[in-house]
Design a protein around this ligand. Structure first.
Ligand code: FRU
Length: 464
């Protein structure tokens, strides 16, 4: 097995994974579909693969679920969502087709009674006249009194991005219902999601810059905004996608998040843990059976108008032995006024929590993982959190930073080749893949005063 293959993140046994798709809780099981190229570690082919689980801890890899084998999806069963209607699991996805290089998209449906066999029902919607054929990623939501909506991402004929909304009384017959929001800065919007959380509606979307002439993507990121959604009209209180949004993640690798509601009413998110370019993918995949994984499942909350992401509580069942630190005081010049602490680990997978017990932490600290493979530091002068990893293409360190409003706590979930860092109860998140070196697994902290609570646990379990 390759050394970058993960231990407790979902990834298939071969090929390339991208977006999470069709997330649902159906008849007592979690369904996590995903974009999959089962033939090679590149983007030349797309189908849906499937993982299932009863508890989000132990997973079964079920293999292929939706193949590109019909007139309306022959060049890829692209991203989409799942929704349970009358005890049946419906899947909504984009059928991508190309004829002599010309793209045509169809929004398609499939249905299952047992979560094993998926019957394709064909195309349910062709691209509305206002959009180009960059029209995809249907996300379905039910309402209390007005049937179902389907939100899709797209590009207007002007070449700039927009959302589209469709309506259905029964979830089976769909009609285009309007353009609820647009961007004048990005050429495309991918993988939108819309859901109610408490009193709020939360809109997730992924603005993408494209070179329209060459028809290639250039850059993209995930955005979130809290809006009012008019369930009767299918309109948003704010139709400007270029304003009043927050970036969902501050790290290197997070994209195409999708959410679902589980059996207990929690709103749970998975995302694709990658923003790698071709050169990065090639080197990262070398010597491995597969490339890319999903993020950990995260429970969402809205607090004071901000989205909070926290690893679901079930994951704590994976925590193994607590690792005790070897603590020693260092001269002030070397370690600020604090202590240094070192944790020697058996493996690279661990969960670390840090609690300052305060809201106005004013000392600098730095945490170095595995002898410098990556690090996290906090600079109180400007309240800056900095995550650094080694870029495996240039072989130089590279950083991402984010200003926060005072450091209070952090939870760090590390797997063999990834770090998910949740700061201040999940208000600020850094998600990144990391390059694995030969160094022994360990954590070194400098600049911590005694009153900081730190807990480190090994994670030995495999989830597949
Ligand atoms: C996002 C995306 C989607 C599309 C899918 C194809 O990563 O480009 O818009 O449906 O990937 O794999």
């Amino acid at each position: 097995m390759g050394k970058r293959r993960q231990q407790y993140h979902l990834e298939p046994d071969r090929g390339l994974l991208n977006d999470p798709n069709g997330l649902t809780y159906f008849k007592g099981k979690y369904y996590v579909f995903f974009q999959w190229n089962r033939f090679s570690k590149d983007h030349s082919y797309k189908e849906w693969g499937l993982f299932t689980s009863k508890d989000m801890i132990r997973w079964n890899f079920e293999g292929s679920a939706l193949l590109p084998d019909q007139y309306c999806d022959k060049d890829g069963t692209y991203s989409g969502s799942g929704y349970v209607i009358n005890d049946r699991l419906y899947l909504f996805y984009t059928g991508n087709t190309k004829k002599q290089g010309v793209r045509k998209s169809y929004q398609c449906m499939a249905v299952s009674d047992d979560g094993r066999k998926f019957l394709k029902l064909g195309s349910v919607l062709e691209t509305p006249a206002e959009y180009t054929e960059h029209f995809r990623d249907p996300k379905v939501l039910g309402t209390e009194n007005n049937g179902y909506y389907m939100l899709a991402g797209g590009q207007r004929k002007s070449g700039m991005g927009a959302l589209a909304i469709c309506h259905s009384d029964d979830g089976l017959n769909w009609k285009y219902a309007g353009m609820p929001a647009v961007t004048e800065k990005y050429e495309m919007i991918e993988c939108p999601d819309l859901f109610k959380l408490g009193e709020n509606y939360v809109l997730l979307y992924n603005p993408q810059s494209r070179d329209n002439e060459k028809d290639i993507p250039l850059d993209s990121f995930s955005a979130v905004k809290i809006i009012d959604f008019n369930e009767e009209k299918g309109t948003f209180s704010d139709s400007d996608l270029d304003q009043n949004y927050a970036r969902m993640d501050q790290g290197f690798d997070f994209y195409a998040p999708q959410t679902f509601e589980d059996g207990s009413g929690r709103r749970i998110l998975y995302a694709w843990m990658s923003r790698m370019d071709d050169a990065q993918e090639k080197i990262f995949a070398a010597g491995e059976p597969n490339i890319h994984c999903l993020t950990l499942p995260r429970e969402l909350k809205v607090e004071d108008g901000r989205l909070l992401q926290k690893p679901v509580r079930e994951l704590r069942q994976m925590l193994g032995e607590e690792v005790k630190a070897v603590r020693q005081e260092k001269p002030a010049a070397e370690a600020g006024e604090g202590f240094t602490a070192e944790y020697a680990l058996r493996g690279r997978a661990f969960c670390m929590s840090i609690d300052t017990g305060k809201t106005d932490w004013s000392r600098e600290f730095k945490i170095v993982f595995h002898g410098g493979e990556s690090s996290l530091s906090y600079r109180p002068e400007d309240q800056l959190v900095i995550f650094t990893r080694k870029n495996w293409v240039t072989e130089k360190p590279e950083s991402k930073e984010c200003r926060i409003n005072g450091f209070k706590n952090a939870e760090i979930w590390a797997d063999r080749s990834s770090m998910e860092i949740f700061i201040n109860s999940g208000k600020t998140v850094f998600t990144s893949r990391v390059w694995t070196e030969e160094s022994a697994p360990k954590i070194e902290i400098s600049g911590i005063p005694e009153e900081m609570q730190i807990e480190v646990h090994e994670i030995d379990k495999e989830i597949l």
